[in-house]
Design a protein around this ligand. Structure first.
Ligand code: AMP
Ligand code: MG
Length: 403
């Protein structure tokens, strides 16, 4: 049996990264950057005021100086005035400091009390505060320097990254193409979500969970529906999947050792199949290979196994395909609030995380059977019990990934 890590490494080593494309900055949220972003200037690009007030030259002269107001500098203008001794300029937040000034007195610290919008500056201003060079000034280059690499390639763009890119003048960015995933379920027992229950049947949940997981990692999904448990139906749907020119064909169920599990056989006949038993729970059977040259991953059918298989194998594969630097979810240490038993396989157990005496603590969410979807829905995290461990006493620390 392969370890989880060995299986994941085998998959990742065969994944090809998607090509790049240019997209408008507005369309780049959650996309993976394909070229780093540079600062095209110092930022801020000029010394500017951090407050609304009066720009002056710092002086040693103690209290109560009255200065002549010789200019008014709103944001967005380039001042031409040069301040001399005994002079001040009214200045707004973000406006460029005039020559001769090296600090800004906030308006609240002056005798100028009229702060309504639209008021003209006073002829003179009296200041009752010791000021030092640099007070309330945001100096040129304090945030970024010309030529700095500020976002690396492989970064998944967040909202604040878009703001930074806009600051640097990128209206268009180079990103990796979204991986395209064709998704199919399989099983004669499966009804669609809108259908009434019938004897012997259940509703297809994997199509919905897996499609949403695919979208959540920033990939595109093509939903192909359900293959029946016949060689013909499985072949038809896989042919349809191949015609979609996807980067990945993802299926659930039909990869075990059941008498109607045709997926492995059809993949093998028209491509390449590696079938692995992975030393994990849930989700032991995993099919990996190619169908007509397209990467194929066959997840188990049980809804929790399919979810965990996606988290452990498909998510990193899709992120790697998208050019993302890091496809692993951060692991955090959580304290077990109760004893946790395992069967010695690397286990992914569903748990609620609550604070107990201020410490994040894990409580299992009921029955851990791989068909029990409700206990997955109730969970905040999956606890990762390492292979070889059969019991963790209450109070032990365990790795967890938040879902
Ligand atoms: P199989 O791998 O085909 O033997 O399926 C294993 C278990 O998962 C069976 O109990 C199936 O009914 C169930 N199952 C398979 N596919 C789905 C699906 N798309 N939605 C919900 N349950 C499923
Ligand atoms: Mg089946």
């Amino acid at each position: 049996m392969l370890s989880v890590n060995e299986a994941r490494e085998r998959i990742l080593s065969q994944i090809k990264i998607t090509a790049t494309e240019s997209v408008a900055l507005n369309d780049s949220l959650n996309r993976v950057l394909a070229k780093e972003l540079f600062a095209d200037s110092d930022y801020p690009p000029f010394d500017n005021s951090a407050v609304d007030g009066f720009a002056i030259k710092a002086d040693k002269g103690g209290s109560n100086r009255t200065l002549k107001v010789v200019a008014d500098i709103p944001a967005g203008t380039a001042p031409t005035v040069i301040l001399n001794a005994g002079e001040a300029a009214r200045i707004m937040t973000g406006a460029q400091l005039p020559q001769g000034a090296d600090c800004v007195v906030p308006v609240e610290e002056t005798d100028f009390n009229d702060r309504k919008a639209g008021t003209t500056p006073p002829k003179t201003v009296t200041i009752d505060k010791q000021m030092s060079v640099g007070d309330n000034v945001r100096p040129r280059g304090m945030d970024m320097r010309l030529g700095d690499i500020v976002l690396n390639k492989g970064r998944t763009l967040k909202p604040q990254d878009l703001g930074l890119a806009a600051t640097l003048g990128y209206a268009v960015v180079s990103v990796h193409k979204k991986p395209r995933v064709t998704l199919m379920s399989s099983g004669d027992e499966l009804l669609s979500a809108g259908a009434p229950l019938e004897p012997g049947k259940i509703r297809d949940s994997n199509s919905y969970t897996l499609a949403a997981l695919v979208l959540n990692v920033g990939a595109e999904v093509v939903r192909l529906g359900v293959a029946r448990d016949t060689r013909e139906s499985v072949t038809n749907l896989l042919e349809k999947a191949a015609n979609e020119r996807a980067d990945l064909i993802l299926s659930s169920a039909g990869v075990s050792v059941g008498a109607f599990d045709f997926i492995k056989e059809v993949i093998d006949a028209n491509g390449k199949l590696d079938f692995w038993k992975v030393n994990m729970r849930p989700g032991k059977p995993l099919a990996f290979g190619e169908y007509r040259g397209i990467t194929f991953i066959g997840l188990p059918g049980n809804p929790v196994s399919a979810f965990v298989g996606f988290e452990v194998f498909v998510r990193p594969a899709l992120l790697h395909m998208s050019g993302a630097m890091d496809g692993s979810r951060p692991k955090v240490k959580i304290r077990c609030a109760e004893e946790v038993v395992s069967d010695g396989r690397e286990s992914y157990l569903r748990a609620r995380i609550r604070l107990v005496d201020g410490i994040p603590s894990a409580f299992l969410t009921g029955h851990q059977g791989s068909g029990n979807l409700l206990s997955l829905v109730q969970a905040d995290a999956l606890l990762i019990i390492p292979a070889g461990v059969k019991c963790l006493p209450a109070g032990s620390e365990v790795d967890a990934i938040f879902i």
